[in-house]
Design a protein. Structure first.
Length: 139
């Protein structure tokens, strides 16, 4: 398997864990891997009760070993690498994609918009979630 395929598998695994978490706390999945010419939105969920649509950027890392041995084992460190990896350029791209998504899905135009980042740490087999942390209103 080439590196690009492996990165896609890791990303899909992290996005599935993130989606599972979000739906378990009551959000409704609208889209995963929504694409247009300028990029991709990882996960889009909504709460019709709150009239809220959330565009979620998922950052996934793989670890070979025990969580307690991982350098990102603490929540603060884990959130740090996830937030740092979503730089200003990536934030602009996600905002532009969100605008395009909303124009393609006008039913959500009246909703409030939020941008979250979810950090996911998974085992080397891509089967087990080691840690998941969500930053609401990350940018």
């Amino acid at each position: 398997m080439n590196v690009l395929d492996q990165r896609k598998r890791i990303g899909n695994c992290g996005e599935q864990f993130a989606t599972d978490e979000l739906t378990s706390i009551g959000y409704h999945l609208i889209a995963r891997n929504w694409r247009d010419r300028s990029g991709e939105l990882d996960v889009v969920v909504c709460s019709s009760i709150e009239s809220l649509i959330i565009f979620v950027e998922v950052r996934t890392r793989v670890f070979h070993g025990q969580r307690s041995q991982h350098p990102l084992a603490s929540n603060e460190e884990m959130l740090g690498w996830a937030l740092e990896s979503v730089d200003a350029k990536k934030q602009r791209q996600i905002r532009q994609l969100a605008k395009r998504f909303l124009h393609a899905h006008p039913a959500f135009l009246s909703y409030n918009v939020r941008f979250d980042v979810i950090a996911v740490l998974i085992d080397s087999e891509l089967r087990q979630l080691i840690a998941l942390n969500r930053v609401e209103s990350a940018f």
